[in-house]
Design a protein around this ligand. Structure first.
Ligand code: ZN
Length: 248
């Protein structure tokens, strides 16, 4: 397999340093420095949130380690999740499409084993498939709320999906969610992408709550203010992706 060769002399990590990351990658590849992983996280993906240019540059080597190293797979997933939070994230990611495809395949294989951290891995899968805003916002549907703006009247509408019900409502500071309207889940055969693929993956892996939540979030809601009906996923995408990044 070919590995992208990186010129590390110009790649800055999250601590503002150059040159330390390849040393740490050498160490984790040899498996002789258990503490190296912690420092790698700090330099590549600070607080699991801010991804450095070095994070994207490290992806090819992490992808080589990932089949036999859960830490490498988890760190790679966290880096890819942060793509839109780095100004050049998409361009940097585009340099290693083969590695991204390989990582996506590994995460998909692991999901089939129904691991305890299924929900986090499902988020990694979404990011590796380019669904960054779903990766960042999709909950596990135990008690999830999505604040949206009604596309008809621009009223603030709260979408709830969880044990407390599946509804659209107006969130009142004193009285909680008022004017509740039941959501209309999408029928499975009518699901559009990426909802269809997300739902099929959850069903394949026996994640019924997740699958049901996806049909809700890709279904429609009635605005409690103007009674207009709108597609929840479209409103959510409009609210969370800059226009240039929307896919139609
Ligand atoms: Zn409205």
């Amino acid at each position: 397999m070919t590995v992208t060769v990186t010129d590390w002399t110009s790649v800055i990590d999250a601590q503002g340093a150059v040159g330390r990351v390849p040393v740490l990658l050498d160490q984790v590849e040899r498996g002789d420095a258990p503490d190296a992983w912690e420092e790698l996280w700090d330099r590549l993906c600070l607080h699991g949130d801010t991804v450095s240019a070095a994070g994207f540059a490290a992806l090819p080597r992490l992808a080589v380690l990932a089949p036999t190293c859960a830490q490498a797979l988890e760190l790679a997933g966290a880096i890819v999740r942060g793509t839109l939070r780095h100004p050049d994230g998409e361009a940097l990611l585009a340099r290693c499409p083969n590695e991204i495809a390989r990582l996506r395949g590994l995460v998909d294989l692991k999901l089939r084993t129904r691991p305890a951290d299924y929900h986090r891995l499902f988020g990694d899968l979404l990011a590796l498939a380019g669904q960054y805003h779903w990766s960042a916002s999709l909950g596990d549907f135990t008690d999830d709320f999505y604040p949206l703006s009604c596309p008809h009247c621009e009223a603030e509408v709260t979408i709830a999906v969880g044990d407390y019900g599946c509804y659209s409502a107006v969130r009142d500071w004193d009285r909680g969610d008022i004017e509740r309207r039941a959501l209309q889940p999408a029928r499975v055969e009518e699901l559009g992408e990426p909802g269809r693929w997300m739902h099929a993956t959850a069903v394949r892996d026996g994640q019924q709550r997740l699958a049901d939540g996806i049909t809700c979030i890709f279904g429609s809601a009635e605005c409690p203010v103007c009674a207009g009906v709108f597609n929840i996923a479209e409103a959510h995408t409009d609210a969370n992706l800059p226009p240039a990044l929307e896919t139609h």
